[in-house]
Design a binder for this molecule. Structure first.
Ligand code: PMP
Length: 327
C-alpha cells in the first residue's frame, strides 16, 4: 500500500489517503525531476516477543524529517501526521512483516516537490508518501566485519551544504564514491571532511565510532556535514548511561592508522538503521591499508550491538522509552 498526503501553498496538507501501491503520474516538468527537492526517512517496524509490533524512535525520525524539510525549503509536516502515517502503513501492510525476531518491515516516508514548473525556486506543491518493504536480517549467519575504502576523490558534504539533511541528492552524489569503494574490493565508502581532507566524516550510509584502548568511544561531531544518525545518538546515550566516556571530536585518518597500529584505537564500528552496529575490520586508502586489531568483531562493539538490539527487540529493559508499540 501507500499513504499519500498532498500539500499546496495557502492550503496546507490535504487529502490524506491510504491506497493500493501504484505508479504516481508525473508531469515531465515536475520540479523534483529537475532540481531534486526531495527528502526521506528510513526506519523499521518489527515483531516483539509477545507478538506486538513496534517502531524504534519514530519521533527522532520525525524530528530529522522536519530538519531536512527546513534545509530543503520545504513545508513542515506536523509530527503527529508523520507518526500517524507510519502507524497506518504498518497496520495495513502488517501481513508483510517477516516472521521471527530478525526480519522487519522497512518504512520509507518521503516528500518531494510536485509542482509543474521549470524555474528554480521552492515548489509551491508537494506530495508526502510512505511505502513499506519487508527486509530480512542484515546479517544472516552472524555479524561480519565490513571493509571500507577512504575515497581520495569525493567528499560527501561541505560546510553550509546539505550533509545534515536526509535528501536524495546527497545519495546521488555518493554513487560514484560507492562504486569506487567496490572497485577497490571494499564494502563501503568512508568520506573525509571537505575542507582539510583529513578528518573522518562518515560512511556512505552509516556513522562511525572508534573505541580507544581505555574503552572511550570517539565519534565525529555533528558540525553539519554528517547525517545526525539516530543509531549514533542511541549508542552515545547507552554508552554514557553505562558510565563509558564518549568524546565527540574530529578523528583524522592518520590518527586512525597510527592508533590501529599501536593499539591506541582497538575497535571501530559503523552504525545505522539497516545494520544497527557493524564492526569495521579493515581500511583501504590511497595511502595504503590497515586492519583494526585482528580484523574481527571487538568486544565493545559486540556488547553495544547486543544491548541495542535487545532493547529494540523488547528483550531488555527500555530505559529511554525508545520502543514505540504500534499494534
Ligand atoms: N549517515 C548516512 C549518510 C545515512 O544514510 C544513514 C542512514 N540513515 C546514517 C548515517 C545512519 O542514520 P540512522 O542511524 O538514523 O539510520
Amino acid at each position: 500500500h501507500m499513504v499519500t498526503i498532498r500539500y499546496a501553498d495557502g492550503k496546507g496538507w490535504y487529502e490524506p489517503r491510504v491506497e493500493a501501491r501504484a505508479p504516481i503520474p508525473m508531469d515531465p516538468a515536475s520540479a523534483v525531476l529537475h532540481y531534486a527537492q526531495e527528502i526521506f526517512e528510513g526506519l523499521k517496524a518489527y515483531t516483539l516477543p509477545d507478538g506486538g509490533v513496534a517502531m524504534f524512535r519514530p519521533d527522532a525520525n520525525a524530528a530529522r524529517f522536519a530538519q531536512s524539510a527546513q534545509r530543503m525549503a520545504m513545508p513542515q509536516l506536523p509530527v503527529e501526521t508523520f507518526l500517524q502515517s507510519l502507524r497506518e502503513i504498518i497496520s495495513i501492510d502488517r501481513a508483510w512483516l517477516p516472521p521471527g525476531d530478525e526480519g522487519s518491515l522497512y518504512l520509507r516516508p518521503f516528500a518531494y516537490a510536485s509542482e509543474v514548473f521549470l524555474g528554480v525556486r521552492p515548489s509551491m506543491e508537494y506530495l508526502y508518501l510512505v511505502i513499506a518493504s519487508p527486509v530480512g536480517p542484515y546479517f544472516s549467519g552472524g555479524v561480519k566485519p565490513v571493509s571500507v575504502w577512504v575515497t581520495p576523490d569525493y567528499t560527501r558534504a561541505a560546510p553550509g551544504g546539505t550533509g545534515a539533511a536526509k535528501c536524495g541528492g546527497n545519495y546521488a552524489a555518493g554513487l560514484s564514491a560507492q562504486a569506487e569503494a567496490i572497485e577497490h574490493g571494499c564494502d563501503q565508502v568512508v568520506y573525509l571532511d571537505a575542507v582539510e581532507r583529513k578528518y573522518i566524516d562518515e560512511l556512505g550510509g552509516m556513522n562511525v565510532f572508534f573505541v580507544l584502548d581505555d574503552g572511550t568511544l570517539v565519534t565525529p561531531p555533528l558540525t553539519g556535514t554528517i547525517l545526525p544518525g539516530i543509531t549514533r545518538d542511541s549508542v552515545i546515550k547507552l554508552a554514557e548511561r553505562a558510565g563509558r566516556r564518549v568524546e565527540e571530536r574530529p578523528v583524522s585518518l592518520d590518527e586512525w592508522r597510527t592508533g590501529a597500529a599501536s593499539g591506541a584505537i582497538r575497535e571501530a564500528f559503523a552504525c545505522g538503521t539497516a545494520a544497527v552496529i557493524t564492526p569495521i575490520g579493515s581500511v583501504k586508502s590511497a595511502g595504503g591499508g590497515f586492519t583494526i586489531a585482528d580484523g574481527g568483531t571487538g568486544e565493545v562493539t559486540a556488547d553495544l550491538r547486543k544491548q541495542l538490539v535487545d532493547i529494540q527487540r523488547g528483550r531488555a529493559e527500555d530505559p529511554f522509552g525508545w520502543v514505540h508499540r504500534v499494534l
